[in-house]
Every structure is written in C-alpha cells, then in structure tokens.
Design a protein around this ligand. Structure first.
Ligand code: ATP
Ligand code: MG
Length: 357
C-alpha cells in the first residue's frame, strides 16, 4: 500500500525542469512563507536562477530570510542565483494612479469591477518579471481568498474591458470630448487608456495561459493537520481545479511526531487529533505528493534555519519511534536490554564496593 503512494516529498517540483511558476498558498500562519522560501532555496540548487515573490501585503520574506527586500528583485545573502522581492498589490500601481487622467478612469473602473486595480498592478508586476528571465518564479501568496482572486484576474479584467467597451460604444465620443474640453493631452485620451488596458489584458491572457499549463505552473497547498485547515485545503483544491490550475503537492506543516515517548497528556491528545486529520488528507489526496513537516521548538528564521529545515522537504521525516510497529518494539526491547545491562553493571560495582569495604 505504502509503496503505491507518491513519495512524501517536494522532490517532484525540483525534478520538473519545465516549471516556470510555483505558487505556494494556504490559510494564514500555516507556513506559506517558510515553505516558499525553502522551495526557492532548493530550486536554486537545481535551476539557473530563481525569484521568490511575496504578494502578501504583510511582507514576510524579509522575516524568513532576515534581510530587507523591496519591490526590486534583490539577491538573497549567501546565494548567487536566488532573488527575492516583495510587492504590495494594493499600492504597487503608482504607475497607474499618479497621473490624474488615469486616476479618475481607474477609480471609475474600480467602482465598476472591484479588484481591477489589483489585477492591473499584478499584470504590471508579471510584465516586469517576465522580461527578467528567471528560470523559475515562486510566489509566496497571501492567504487563500486573496490568492484565488489573484488567479481570477484575467477573467475579471476581461469583464471590465467588455463593460468599458460597451460604455464607449454607447456614449460615443463623450469621453474624448470631455478630455479635450478639460485640456488633457492625447496621453489621457480614452484611446490611450483603453490601449493601456488592452496591453494589460494581453499580458494577463498570456500569463493566464501559462498558469493553466501544468508543464509550466503548479500550486503547492500548505496546511496544518486540523479540521479547519483540511476544510480550507479542500476548498482551495476545488477552486484550483475550477481555474484549471495544476496542484499535486500538499505540505502538512507543524506535525507532532511521537519522537520520544511523550509523557504530556495534552501532547498525546494533540498527536491523536492530528493523526486523524493526517489520515483524512491521505485518503482525500491519494494522488498528491504529501510532505509532512515536524513542528519545531523554535521558529524557522534566517537562511541557516531555512536550509536546515529544508532537509524535510526532500526526505520524508522519520520519527525515531513509530508506535505499534515491529521496529518500535525492537527499539523498546533493545532499550530495555541496555538499561538492564547498565543496571547489572551498577549492581556489580555496588557489590564489589561492598566486598572491598
Ligand atoms: N514547522 C514549524 N515549526 C516551528 N515553527 C514554524 C514551523 N513552520 C513555520 N514556523 C514559524 O511559524 C511562523 C509562521 O510561519 P510562516 O510565516 O511561514 O506562515 P505564513 O503561512 O506565511 O503566515 P502568514 O499567513 O501570516 O503569511 C513563522 O514564525 C515560522 O518561522
Ligand atoms: Mg507569510
């Protein structure tokens, strides 16, 4: 049974040389930034150049790598081919909002189709990134809902454009008359604005085609072994299927392993609870690569800690003891044997001491 399952690591991502876009997503605080940082570190060892982008306004790549990043790709300390950048989808579109003509137009459009401003800045960012020639780009995405909205943008924008076009057709030259009336130059004319939007649409459509191509794009779902996270993951997987975005990796983070005989009642109960949900993950996603990561005593901060933790991404985590297996019994027996030996030699020593006295 065990042998039929896909291997429990993310090695498949490292081996898929055609991959260009890797999205890492999941609920808040489950370990997306940690996982995307480590996946990009691992990719940097097998690919020519890697860019990791955070599209989360909370900007936490800087925390993970302990290095300040901006909206310009910056080399990560200690690497020659790993770059990181942090973009805020909300304020990134200075390009679009700084000139008055477009500002009004965009805010009109934003009112008409919520999310279009984010779509535009996302498109701008992708346009930029595409000219930069990285072998593979890893996205540390914002929590679930936001991610899906991001992937929905091509259709959002398309709808927006259609709306604008009907308005334009309906009202004829009113907009251009108005721009002339207010003395705005050609660059603010509705044709220029539409041109800009059309340009964005091209980028988004092109990128969208790439996102729907499983040779180029995959989505890694990060979660923890709890009910809500299982539920969210299922929702995410279904949404991704709806958007035709490939997903075949699940990372279950913060797993408690029964490494040593755990004494704490609380821990024992948590382990049991986690196991219940882990079993369900395996049942629901038997065709996924499921990687389990241990919960550590401390945070995963800085390149060294990330590198150290990365070993669990390529080799399945092996707790030293698994309850109820022959291996565990053997280990227990050998532990008892060695304890017995120690006790016997203690006893011998004591006896000898007594004899001498
Ligand atoms: N397995 C683990 N053991 C211990 N600490 C961990 C583990 N995984 C992640 N952490 C720590 O938990 C915190 C949250 O992780 P991370 O920032 O990767 O989550 P996130 O999903 O990106 O969160 P957010 O939704 O806020 O962006 C970080 O401080 C990280 O170092
Ligand atoms: Mg994060």
């Amino acid at each position: 049974m065990e042998g039929e399952l896909p291997e429990g690591t993310v090695r498949n991502i490292l081996e898929q040389e055609s991959l260009k876009w890797v999205f890492v997503g999941g609920k808040g605080g489950v370990g997306k930034t940690t996982c995307s940082s480590i996946i990009s570190i691992l990719l940097a060892s097998v690919r020519q150049s890697v860019l990791v982008i955070s599209t989360d306004p909370a900007h936490n790549l800087s925390d993970a790598f302990q290095q300040r990043f901006t909206k310009i790709p910056t080399l990560v300390n200690g690497f020659t081919n790993l770059f990181a950048m942090e973009v805020d989808p909300k304020v990134e579109n200075d390009d679009l909002t700084n000139d008055d003509g477009l500002d009004g137009f965009i805010s009109e459009l934003t009112n008409a189709i919520p999310g279009v401003d984010e779509a535009m800045s996302f498109a701008e960012m992708l346009k930029l990134v595409q000219t930069m020639d990285y072998s593979v780009i890893v996205f540390d995405t914002a929590p679930t809902g936001h991610t899906l909205r991001l992937l929905q943008f091509p259709s959002t924008l398309e709808k927006g454009l259609a709306k604008v076009m009907t308005l334009k057709n309906r009202f004829g030259g009113i907009i251009s008359q108005a721009t002339r009336l207010f003395g705005l130059g050609d660059e603010f004319s509705e044709d220029a604005m539409l041109g800009k939007l059309e340009g964005m649409k091209d980028v988004i459509e092109q990128v969208n085609r790439q996102f729907k191509d499983p040779d180029l794009t995959t989505f890694v779902c990060v979660c923890i072994p709890e009910f809500l996270s299982l539920y969210e993951t299922e929702r995410l997987v279904q949404e991704l299927a709806k958007f035709e975005i490939d997903a075949h990796n699940i990372i279950i983070n913060q797993v408690l392993f029964e490494d040593e005989a755990v004494e704490s009642k609380l821990l024992k109960a948590r382990i049991k609870m986690q196991q219940k949900y882990i079993d369900q993950f395996y049942m629901l996603y038997d065709d996924f690569n499921i990687t389990k990561l241990p919960l550590l005593e401390e945070e995963v901060c800085g390149v060294e800690a990330l590198r150290k933790f990365s070993q669990h991404f390529t080799k399945p985590y092996k707790p030293s003891l698994t309850r109820g297996t022959i291996e565990e019994l053997e280990q227990r027996v050998s532990l008892l044997r060695s304890q017995l030996k120690d006790a016997e030699s203690e006893l011998q020593k004591l006896k000898k001491g007594k004899e001498k006295a």
